[in-house]
Design a protein around this ligand. Sequence first.
Ligand code: A3P
Length: 346
Amino acid sequence: MLFKQQVWLRQKLLVLGSLAVGSLLYLVARVGSLDRLQPICPVESRFGDAHSQAEFPLRALQFKRGLLHEFRKGNSSKEQVRLHDLVQQLPKAIIIGVRKGGTRALLEMLNLHPAVVKASQEIHFFDNDENYAKGIEWYRKKMPFSYPQQITIEKSPAYFITEEVPERIYKMNSSIKLLIIVREPTTRAISDYTQVLEGKERKNKTYYKFEKLAIDPNTCEVNTKYKAVRTSIYTKHLERWLKYFPIEQFHVVDGDRLITEPLPELQLVEKFLNLPPRISQYNLYFNATRGFYCLRFNIIFNKCLAGSKGRIHPEVDPSVITKLRKFFHPFNQKFYQITGRTLNWP
Ligand code: A3P
């Protein structure tokens, strides 16, 4: 009898002990996490006037870094999503191009901002007839969960050069903000070529040299039928967009500068999107091995872009480069004039 009582008492003590240790650990973790959050992101200083504490709660930050990630991985229930007032919102800004301009880097870097939520995949809603026929609700359902106070951004570089897209986007939201990231046109064309070349090589296919595609062998002039050349005539594409949107709704990002000096470019975008400046030098560090800036979200989580970004370009005949630069020059001048941004390309 005495033995049974001793066992019962020991079990009870064990349960009570575990509960006490558990509670203690919980308290330590909670206080620790508050300590960590406070100096980095006190709500008021993060959002200044544009986003008051009521408008943009601290839990938005916790959500952005945690719950969203969990939900995407399927670890968070629909109830949790409802509990946190999360919604799938149509984008308030779209990176419409240009292909190989640095669209992925721009999207990922903007996603460092606590008020920005990115659509991870290129949706290709407006440029793909089959997708477009599925309707706007289909598009909305492709968007990530976010707080109403956050803005969703997507990028599909094919939008910039596809005929039907400006009208379709206008029909969705005539006051949407449009981001165009451009690089020096000849470099961009070579980058475009390099991507296609890599695809061919992967399939063990041979491909023409860049020089052969970019220069018409019959006339020895620039081959304007070559897509990589056409895409780099930025002003031609922009003019189509201007039939629907005023120039104030566009912001030009210098893709060459985003590579070498990303922060000032991102600060200009923050301003254009009416976001309080929250991306800092802390969030961007140069990775010598990659040869590019990489992203630092916090003390634990950082990442570089995939290896498919930042390929080594093939060597191109300097006379072809000169010819291309001469060809693009008048188009570039027009582009500067329309956009009000001079980029000093050769
Ligand atoms: P290259 O591969 O020619 O170097 P996009 O995302 O529109 O396809 O653009 C790809 C380009 O983004 C790359 O072209 C690369 O130069 C540029 N880029 C800009 N910032 C980068 C970064 N931080 N990491 C990797 N690539 C970056």
